[in-house]
Design a protein around this ligand. Structure first.
Ligand SMILES: Cc1cc2nc3c(=O)[nH]c(=O)nc-3n(C[C@H](O)[C@H](O)[C@H](O)COP(=O)(O)O)c2cc1C
Length: 181
C-alpha cells in the first residue's frame, strides 16, 4: 500500500546511472568532475547531464563547447566519489588521485586511463532554467580488457548500488532495439 512521501525525495527512486566522470579543460588546465544525473536521450549519441556554474568544470565545458565522458568500473568507485568531493578550482585532480590522462582527438578535454568507455563530446545546447547540458558524442572508445565490468549507480544519499546479474530479455523487445546493438 502506498503512503505519502516527501516530494524532495522523489529523485532517490529515479536516480539513473551509471556514475560517470566528465573531463574538461579551462584556460589550458584539465579537470574532472563526477556526475550521477545523466540521461541518454536518443540512439544516435545525444546525452543530457545536469550541471551548472556552481561547478568549476562548467566554465571549461562552456569555454570549449566540449567535454569528455568516462564510465568507470567498480574498481575506481572511491576515487570517483573523491573526485566529486573536491574542486579543480583548488587542486589538480589528476595529480591528487594519480590518474593518467591523454587529450581527446576531436576535443581537447582529457580522457583518463582505465575506464570502461570514454566519449568525446561537443555541447549542443544548455537549458539554463533546468541546468541541463545537452552533449553529442563525436568519438566513442571502450576498453574491453578490464576485468570487473560492473558499473555503479548513485542512490542519491551517499550510497551506491553495484550492478549484479544480467538478465537478457531481448526477445520481448526486439523491435524496440536499434540495429546493431
Ligand atoms: C557521486 C557524485 C555524484 C555527483 N553528481 C553530480 C551531478 O549529477 N551534477 C553536478 O552538477 N554535480 C554532481 N556532483 C558534484 C560534483 O562532482 C562536484 O561539485 C565536483 O566537486 C565539481 O568539481 P569542479 O568544481 O572541479 O568542477 C556529484 C558528486 C558526487 C560525489
Amino acid at each position: 500500500m502506498y503512503k505519502e512521501m516527501d516530494i524532495n525525495k522523489a529523485f532517490l527512486a529515479l536516480e539513473s546511472g551509471p556514475v560517470i566522470l566528465i573531463g574538461s579543460r579551462f584556460k589550458g588546465k584539465d579537470n574532472l568532475m563526477t556526475i550521477s544525473w545523466q540521461m541518454p536521450n536518443e540512439f544516435s549519441g545525444t546525452i543530457a547531464i545536469t550541471t551548472g556554474d556552481w561547478n568549476y568544470s562548467f566554465k571549461g565545458i562552456m569555454e570549449n563547447k566540449a567535454c569528455t565522458i568516462m564510465v568507470p568500473d567498480s574498481s575506481m568507485i572511491e576515487t570517483v566519489v573523491k573526485i566529486g568531493a573536491v574542486s579543480g578550482r583548488d587542486c589538480d585532480k589528476f595529480q591528487m588521485f594519480n590518474l593518467k590522462k591523454e587529450s581527446g582527438k576531436i576535443v581537447s578535454s582529457p580522457i583518463i586511463e582505465g575506464c570502461l568507455c570514454a566519449f568525446e563530446c561537443e555541447v549542443l545546447d544548455y537549458i539554463e532554467k533546468y541546468s541541463i547540458l545537452i552533449l553529442k558524442v563525436v568519438r566513442a572508445l571502450c576498453d574491453e580488457s578490464l576485468g570487473d565490468k560492473r558499473v555503479y549507480h548513485a542512490v542519491g544519499d551517499g550510497r551506491f548500488t553495484l550492478d549484479g546479474e544480467t538478465i537478457n530479455l531481448r526477445s520481448l523487445m526486439e523491435d524496440k532495439l536499434p540495429l546493431g546493438v
